[in-house]
Design a protein around this ligand. Structure first.
Ligand SMILES: Nc1ncnc2c1ncn2[C@@H]1O[C@H](COP(=O)(O)OP(=O)(O)OP(=O)(O)O)[C@@H](O)[C@H]1O
Length: 465
């Protein structure tokens, strides 16, 4: 093979560790790019030359389609290569969005053939100019950074591994190689007919930018690579954080709120993408959801995402739910969860309430005991749990005392020691072994912050001292 492209290609392809036993599917449109890719693969040194399966789609989009099909049939025969053809009948063409539909047909077909033939790779002939056009088109169109990502040199799907070994070569290099080596091809007119914006980018804008800096393609490719790495790393970390949040069929609110605002945003996007598919959550919806999650005054709330999907915050959990899942969930509010400014009965023991300063109940009898806290010390919502006798209660100056001991010292009858109620906050931080012993909290009381009053009224005061 003449020209430098061949040597460089052999270097690129080295990483794939091809052997005569490897099967690869090559998407061949009969345009210059894919014919050059095919020629390069056919001319690899014998020990590295794979079994090639040509996959061609006759899109039936123009008259030339039939000629192209006939051309590739003749080529495959002459070169003793396996060929698979998919015809996309005109009757199945949609009225709009034909380009996207054609792409779907192509990749479904490629994937099917790769599976059927046991191929390790699927090769397409995207090149550096394709990359630059795609990147610039997306940049101009606007959208998320995720979408700005251009064409990956390597793309793993569930079924196959797509490789684009020409991505670092320019159209000029590819054409030069084709001319030098007498490669035959059909001029692709699809883009000229179908995609005006891409065409303008190809014929007017990219050439102008290349005049500004001849290194344009290399620079865009470099941005693209850097972006891909960054996005992959960010996504990996966001997925790890999501794993930490999973709890039954929802996600832990309190832990989520401990992440930095930036990670909260990315984690929310990750959760939404899993449930809804990429790009389904608008910026406004994301903002609204984050506000609800941050709003301590609203321990529960719903946000309609689409007509069948709802975002729900339910005390310590949140998630995206379908209407039928939601009905079930709304019945699940734990009994032990306290509603602010309301009494909560603990049968056989007494009642407890967490009150804000201007909601304090009138006529508090002498039997009530009060613990005053500031907002920085605790995290809503509060619940009442059964204490475990072996649990430690934090005391002043870093000390601890086991609950059993605290209850014994307070002369709590043995029958009640197994499950004396303890008030905990959203982080399961024990706050008060109710009426018996207050826990020493990590944060000091701060009178600049909003105060909370926990009021406990016992049923059996005489028995406790
Ligand atoms: N009709 C076809 N049959 C087989 N392979 C094709 C066909 N059209 C395109 N391909 C493959 O896809 C590559 C990219 O083609 P093209 O640039 O026309 O598509 P695109 O729409 O810009 O890209 P993509 O389909 O990846 O979004 C080609 O180099 C070729 O490998």
């Amino acid at each position: 093979m003449k020209g430098r492209l061949s040597n460089k290609f052999n270097l690129v392809i080295r990483d794939y560790e091809l052997t005569p036993k490897t099967t690869v599917v090559v998407g061949v449109s009969t345009g210059v790019d894919s014919m050059v890719l095919l020629t390069l693969l056919e001319n690899l040194p014998r020990s590295k030359r794979p079994q090639i399966v040509i996959a061609h789609v006759n899109h039936k989009l123009r008259k030339q389609s039939e000629e192209e099909q006939a051309f590739i049939e003749a080529y495959a025969k002459e070169h003793h290569l396996k060929l698979e053809i998919e015809v996309w009948p005109v009757a199945k063409h949609p009225k709009t969005g034909i380009e996207n539909a054609a792409r779907k047909v192509r990749y479904n077909f490629f994937t099917r053939i790769a599976k059927q033939t046991g191929a390790r790779f699927l090769f397409t002939a995207h090149h550096a100019d394709d990359q630059a056009e795609t990147f610039l088109l997306k940049l101009v169109r606007g959208g998320s950074l995720q979408q700005l990502k251009g064409i990956g040199a390597r793309q793993l799907t569930e079924q196959t591994q797509i490789q684009r070994p020409l991505l670092n070569f320019s159209k000029i290099q590819i054409r030069e190689f084709a001319t030098l080596n007498h490669v035959k091809w059909y001029e692709d007119q699809t883009n000229a007919d179908q995609n005006l914006a891409r065409n303008r980018m190809r014929q007017e804008i990219v050439p102008r930018l290349k005049q500004e800096n001849p290194q344009l393609l290399a620079h865009i490719q470099s941005y693209e690579n850097q972006l891909q790495i960054l996005m992959r790393a960010t996504r990996q970390h966001a997925q790890e954080l999501v794993q930490q949040l999973i709890e039954k069929d929802g996600f832990k609110t309190t832990l989520f709120l401990k992440f930095s605002l930036e990670w909260q945003d990315l984690v929310l996007q990750e959760i939404a993408t899993k449930k809804l598919g990429a790009g389904q959550l608008t910026d406004a919806q994301r903002y609204e959801i984050l506000q609800l999650l941050h709003n301590k005054q609203k321990p529960t709330g719903n946000i309609q995402i689409s007509h069948q999907l709802v975002f729900m915050k339910n005390y310590q959990q949140f998630g995206f739910y379908l209407a039928n899942e939601l009905q079930k969930k709304s019945l699940e509010t734990p009994d032990s969860m306290l509603k602010l400014n309301q009494w909560h009965e603990i049968s056989g023991y007494g009642k407890v309430g967490v009150f804000e300063a201007d909601e304090l109940p009138q006529n508090l009898l002498d039997t009530s005991q009060v613990m005053k806290l500031s907002e920085n010390q605790i995290e809503e919502p509060f619940s009442v749990e059964k204490s475990s006798p072996d649990e430690n209660l934090r005391l002043k100056a870093g000390g601890h005392k086991v609950v059993r001991r605290v209850l014994m010292d307070a002369k709590v009858p043995i029958a009640q020691r197994e499950s004396w109620p303890v008030l905990v906050d959203a982080n399961h931080q024990p706050i008060w072994l109710l009426g018996i012993r207050k826990s020493w909290l990590k944060e000091p009381f701060d009178d600049q912050q909003k105060p909370y009053f926990i009021i406990w009224k016992t049923n059996n005061l005489e028995e406790l001292n």
